[in-house]
Design a binder for this molecule. Structure first.
Ligand SMILES: CC(C)(COP(=O)(O)OP(=O)(O)OC[C@H]1O[C@@H](n2cnc3c(N)ncnc32)[C@H](O)[C@@H]1OP(=O)(O)O)[C@@H](O)C(=O)NCCC(=O)NCCS
Length: 163
């Protein structure tokens, strides 16, 4: 962001050529954020492997890129093709949080999911992850608590065409 609050970056799809940048982004997440993102403590090797795999296995990955660096990302992973289900996972670096970047990634991901025919998007996070629940609550009112996990469900069915 500039001093006047203008955002300098953009959300764009990431591909195999962004693997190093995506890996660097995930490596910059602190231990707590990495645990929130991956649901467990993961090694640097896991992060490295994940970044390369995610950008080459065909899943949509959107990145928030500012001054050539990826500062936020969202992955959409198809979980049930027959029922058009997918799961989304987000990461925004600490100094870039609470500026609406998660919301920008969410809006772009919803549009991409709709383009791909995904009808239901699930987002799960630890129950203690209040920022993720606040982000999800801006886009869906279907928020469920399942044990230690919070699940947000976004109905992404095509809107009925106007009569
Ligand atoms: C969750 C995450 C992606 C949000 O990114 P972001 O760019 O900060 O998102 P936004 O700025 O659009 O929205 C953040 C929301 O969190 C809220 N928030 C921040 N800290 C909070 C806290 N401690 N308690 C409650 N809400 C909080 C903000 O107020 C905002 O909600 P609002 O717009 O309703 O006020 C980011 O915090 C993150 O990367 N966390 C680590 C990884 C992770 O948890 N991923 C999710 C699991 S896959």
């Amino acid at each position: 962001m500039t001093a006047t609050g203008e955002r300098r970056g953009e959300v764009r799809p990431l591909g195999p050529a962004d693997a190093d940048g995506y890996c660097n982004h995930l490596m910059r997440l602190d231990a707590e954020a990495r645990r929130m993102r991956f649901f467990e403590d993961v090694s640097e090797f896991h992060v490295l492997f994940h970044a390369g795999a995610a950008l080459s296995d065909g899943r949509p990955v959107l990145g928030y890129v500012e001054d050539g660096e990826i500062r936020g990302a969202c992955e959409l992973l198809e979980t049930d093709r027959d029922h058009h289900l997918a799961e989304a996972a987000f990461s925004v670096e600490a100094e870039w949080r609470c500026q609406g970047i998660g919301g920008l990634l969410m809006a772009a991901m919803i549009a991409e999911a709709r383009r791909l025919g995904v009808r239901r998007i699930e987002m799960s996070c630890l129950r203690t992850n209040l920022p993720m629940q606040a982000l999800a609550a801006r886009f869906t009112s279907d928020l469920r608590q399942v044990g230690e996990t919070a699940l947000a469900v976004l109905d992404n069915s095509p809107e009925p065409s106007a009569a």
